[in-house]
Ligand binder design. Structure first.
Ligand code: RM4
Ligand code: MN
Ligand code: MN
Length: 410
């Protein structure tokens, strides 16, 4: 019978024959890999409805408990990203949240202001033609920075949900000016060690124009704002057929890539489990990241999941997504870059592509499992680790049916 150790040794030998150091790669796989989305552990669904899970997290405290459980199973996710609407505390005090997270072995990561859920945002937030709404948005920004300080968060993830539905509805250039004014306000509120990550999205909730519609617009605003504003790429926020890894390569090279919202899209912003429909996409994205790291291009990237688990168990959906990230990352690390460079120099397109595919087709699980073993995880399979633990039973017995986090899809 082939044991785990045999499979691991075979993979190490296979990689060594290509001058690839499996030990060094294994160490990289032990480092924190992605921030967990607080909003995904609660009930979330589509615009048409949400199926309620027994025991789903309702409060920020529940979310921390759930994320800590995910971290127990994976060992590489000690950070929880927050959304300041859904993670609001009753008393507006956030020091206890930071302390509670620390007790559970967690830190708070990127803070996301929410400027799309209130009635006042009918015509947008910072781009709204209504001055009072723009002022209210600024007040929310100032408060978010205060919360970020209390939570010790250094990144603010800004998704501007603003846009118009009809030609003629508003003056598009005026909206661009208001957009800059709003973002500048947030930027100026931030401390020197904080970074703004500006997300883009081509459509939804508005459909004629979206104020930050693509990476060009995000990049343009970031350039105007300054060094501490970077582009945030949400994989679900592209029209069909867009080559995301090309965008990533460009932003990496310009040192303007601030972060990711990972998820899997099939049609639009459907936010499915990462790597389920197109695992190749995430592999090719990581290839660009690793390439730029090897080339010594400095980038401080903030990786996050931004998913909505409608029919599957949320915690399992998140755990599975992280496992798929680990797989893609490991595969991107074992690319035979020496061979690739040789084939590229000869314009050998077939063999160049074949080198990538060989890495993609390699079973890297022994390497990942070895890393998990060495990290002392209770099980090499995080999903089985979760199922064997008592967390699901405990939350179902103690929390009730949960509440709605998100009425629409995210
Ligand atoms: C948006 C975007 C944001 C997320 C919201 C809920 O589509 O992805 O990041 O916070 O949805
Ligand atoms: Mn997002
Ligand atoms: Mn989204």
């Amino acid at each position: 019978m082939t044991t785990h150790h045999d499979r691991y040794q075979m993979l190490c030998d296979q990689l060594a024959s290509k001058n690839i150091d499996a030990e060094a790669i294994k160490e990289k796989l032990k480092a924190p890999i992605v921030e967990l989305p607080s909003w995904a552990v609660g009930n979330s669904g589509t615009r048409y409805g949400t199926f309620m899970d027994k025991g789903a997290a309702v409060t920020v405290w529940d979310r921390i408990d759930d994320c800590a459980e995910i971290q127990r199973c994976l060992g590489v996710t000690p950070v929880m990203a927050t959304h300041i609407l859904w993670d609001k505390t009753d008393d507006g005090n956030y020091l206890p949240v930071k302390e509670y997270a620390a007790q559970k072995g967690m830190r708070l990561g990127t803070l996301h202001p929410n400027t799309f859920s209130g009635q006042e945002f009918r015509y947008g937030s910072m781009c709204s033609p209504i001055e009072a709404v723009r002022e209210q948005t600024k007040e929310h920004f100032a408060d978010c920075v205060r919360v970020a300080r209390e939570l010790d968060c250094k990144t603010i993830g800004m998704w501007v949900a603003d846009g118009t539905n009809y030609p003629g509805q508003d003056d598009l250039r005026a909206r661009k000016h208001r957009l800059y004014e709003g973002l500048k306000y947030l930027y100026d509120c931030m401390d020197e060690d904080m970074t703004m990550l500006l997300e883009y999205k081509p459509f939804e909730p508005f459909y004629y124009t979206t104020d930050v519609n693509d990476w060009g617009m995000s990049n343009l605003m970031c350039n105007k704002l300054g060094e501490r504003a970077k582009v945030l790429v949400d994989l679900g926020h592209h029209v069909a057929g867009v080559n995301i890894e090309h965008i990533i390569a460009t932003l990496l090279d310009e040192q303007r890539l601030g972060g990711f919202h990972f998820n899997n899209r099939r049609y639009a912003d459907d936010d499915l489990i990462l790597g389920t429909v197109n695992p190749m996409e995430i592999f090719l994205i990581y290839k660009e990241i690793v390439d730029s790291q090897l080339a010594g291009v400095p980038n401080n990237i903030c990786y996050m999941l931004d998913q909505s688990h409608n029919i599957e168990n949320s915690l399992e959906g998140i755990i599975y997504s992280v496992m798929n990230i680990q797989t893609a990352y490991a595969k991107s690390l074992i690319i035979d870059r020496q061979a690739l460079a040789g084939f590229q120099a000869e314009n050998d397109t077939i063999m160049s592509n074949k080198v990538l595919m060989e890495a993609f087709e390699t079973d890297v699980q022994p390497l990942i499992e070895q890393a998990r073993l060495e990290m002392g995880l209770a099980h090499v399979n995080p999903l089985l680790n979760y199922r064997a633990g008592g967390h699901q039973k405990h939350i179902e017995e103690t929390r009730g049916t949960g509440a709605l986090t998100l009425g629409g899809g995210c």
